[in-house]
Design a protein around this ligand. Structure first.
Ligand code: VAH
Length: 313
């Protein structure tokens, strides 16, 4: 049985449905701090869980005899910069509660890291699996501390912790939740809705990005990997494409020739994006557990526009 925290977020809302398809509805307990819309309730068990309440986490784990936790509840980068103390408390307090519950009940834990775990001093191209990590954002500090904490629980208690460093994720399921890479999500729905988009980072901002189906496959493949093959648990670099808003806009124009993009830079999110790498070296993930992204910009754009159109009809 798998407990997913932060199930109503950008990753959680799609991961829960995928896991339920893979393992059966009753095997995946979705949870979040607020009640879901009905499609979640219908598709399987749901519990209100505030990860800041450690006893509640243990209670739900025991109630359903959970053996794995996928911990997604967090404040994302842009939001975290507006309330850094709350971000620290939730991102680190929630994580330690999950790790303590997992230690006590011997669970397997997946905790996502992110390209935000790297900072301005990190090599931006083919960022190595092991390299300098001095992020300049609260969220990035939380991600690096989270990676170290998960490795600590693995080495000190033998806890089976695993994680990947996600690029910016692009999806059409849930609305973006306060991330810096939200422009890459919004641009597709705006292209369909009004054939134009005003982007809050500059046209040459090049970041490592990934389509949600590849991200969800990475979670499943890493969680199913033989532990003996894992050479670096928290957290594996994974990558799919290095794109700028201009690259995305040009690809959209191939489908919607009248689409126009303009730019109104948000200095806060621009400075966050400028501190992140453009492409990661994912050779360790490929070697250890066969990671391989299937979607590039062309394939993703075709699928995204189709799915966003269908969602609106
Ligand atoms: C964010 N989407 O923007 C997340 C992610 C790499 C970006 O961590 O905060």
């Amino acid at each position: 049985k798998i407990l997913v925290t932060g199930s109503l977020g950008q990753i959680g809302s799609e991961l829960v449905l995928k896991l339920r398809r893979e393992y059966g509805k009753g095997s995946v307990i979705a949870s979040d701090i607020r009640r879901p819309s009905n499609h979640f309730v219908e598709s399987g068990p749901f519990e209100i869980v505030d990860v800041m309440d450690g006893t509640r986490v243990v209670e739900v784990v025991k109630k359903y005899e959970v053996d794995s936790i996928i911990h997604l509840a967090a404040l994302l980068s842009a939001l975290a910069e507006t309330k850094p103390l709350q971000a620290w408390n939730l991102n680190m307090g929630g994580l330690i509660n999950v790790l303590e519950a997992a230690r006590e009940l011997e669970l397997k834990v997946f905790v996502p890291s992110s390209i935000s775990a790297f900072g301005p001093g990190t090599p931006k191209w083919r960022t190595p699996q092991i390299t300098i990590q001095r992020p300049s954002t609260m969220y990035g500090i939380n991600k690096v501390a989270g990676e170290l904490l998960c490795d600590y629980y693995f080495h000190k208690y033998g806890l089976d912790t695993r994680g990947v460093r996600f690029p910016g994720l692009i999806s059409y399921g849930a609305p973006p939740g306060g991330g810096t890479t939200d422009y890459a999500v919004e641009i597709y729905s705006e292209a369909i809705r009004k054939k134009s988009y005003t982007c809050f980072v500059s046209q040459e901002t090049c970041l490592d990005m990934m389509y949600m189906p590849d991200a969800l496959n990475a979670v499943v493949h890493l969680m199913e990997a033989d532990p003996g093959t894992l050479t670096c648990r928290n957290s594996y670099n994974i990558t799919a494409m290095s794109v700028t808003p201009e690259d995305i806009a040009n690809e959209i124009k191939r489908h919607i020739p009248s689409f126009v993009i303009d730019y109104k830079i948000d200095p806060v999110r621009q400075s966050i994006a400028d501190s992140w790498p453009s492409s990661l070296d994912d050779s360790a993930a490929r070697q250890d557990w066969g990671f391989n992204a299937e979607f590039d910009l062309v394939e993703m754009t075709k699928d995204m526009l189709e799915k966003v159109k269908k969602k609106r009809s």
